[in-house]
Design a protein around this ligand. Structure first.
Ligand SMILES: [Zn+2]
Length: 251
């Protein structure tokens, strides 16, 4: 059967002499794997399409119960070319597609997640928008869409609201207040300012996103908090290649 999908390229792998296997995230069917035959030959018209982060319209032949479908043709919807002018933005966009790839199962439709993905890439490629805030927005909303919304409002033990920040332990996704926290575990302290930023991100719409005035130290805590939380829920995110580059930028 011939199918049509709107999708973003997450990753590609060379196959044989001239083919590629492309993993995409689509509005219609969620994660989608296509084999594109002959696209690495110099004659191919589709060669430039398959860069991670490209937003495409693809036509493919689909076979029921097959993990790999056959690419027929495609055209570019948005190349997000602004990403190529800024190494930090490109790195963040690579983290976005790799994290998404590791967060979703094959063929599980989630149109809101697809919309979050293309909105994020559009903002990261736009120099007028702060890239860190756009990234944090993506990361917190991804967690929410996957059902892992961080609870930054109340202590997980006594339910009191945090007035002086909280602790996040290793191997845990629960925040504990200063009274309930048992010292001795390898935990990070997340102050009130950072908890409020996470809450504001979760409550915000794209249009309301403002540049935060976090200190360098608070930004570091926010990154640590988000990743520690994510590693707990999405175990395969620990091995992400793009994360190594991100760490070099922000450490
Ligand atoms: Zn407590």
């Amino acid at each position: 059967m011939i199918e049509k999908a709107e999708a973003v390229v997450l990753k590609t792998l060379n196959h044989g002499d001239t083919s590629k296997i492309i993993t995409l995230y689509s509005r219609e069917v969620g994660r989608l794997k296509l084999i594109a035959k002959g696209v690495r030959s110099p004659k191919s018209k589709s060669m430039g399409l398959f860069q991670p982060t490209r937003h495409l319209q693809v036509i493919y032949y689909s076979k029921a119960n097959s993990e790999l479908q056959l690419f027929k043709s495609g055209e570019l919807v948005n190349g997000f070319f602004g990403l190529e002018e800024d190494f930090d933005r490109l790195t963040l966009a690579q983290v976005v597609v790799e994290l998404l790839d590791r967060s979703v199962e094959d063929e599980e439709t989630h149109p809101r997640l697809f919309q979050l993905l293309i909105d994020t890439l559009a903002r990261l490629s736009d120099n007028a928008v702060s890239s860190a805030e756009a990234y944090w927005f993506f990361h917190t909303h991804l967690l929410r869409e996957l059902g892992y919304r961080p609870n930054v409002g109340h202590c997980s033990i006594c339910r009191d609201s945090f007035s002086n920040g909280g602790y996040l332990g290793t191997g845990s996704s629960h925040l504990e207040c200063i009274k309930c926290h048992q010292p001795g575990h390898e935990s990070i302290f997340v102050n009130e300012t950072v908890l409020n930023v996470v809450q504001d991100l979760l409550d915000a719409q794209w249009g309301e996103l403002e540049k935060s005035s976090l200190t360098a130290r608070d930004r570091r805590t926010l990154w640590d908090f988000l990743w520690r939380f994510t590693f707990h829920h999405i175990e395969s995110s620990r091995g992400m290649k793009s994360l190594k580059v991100l760490r070099q930028l922000y450490d």
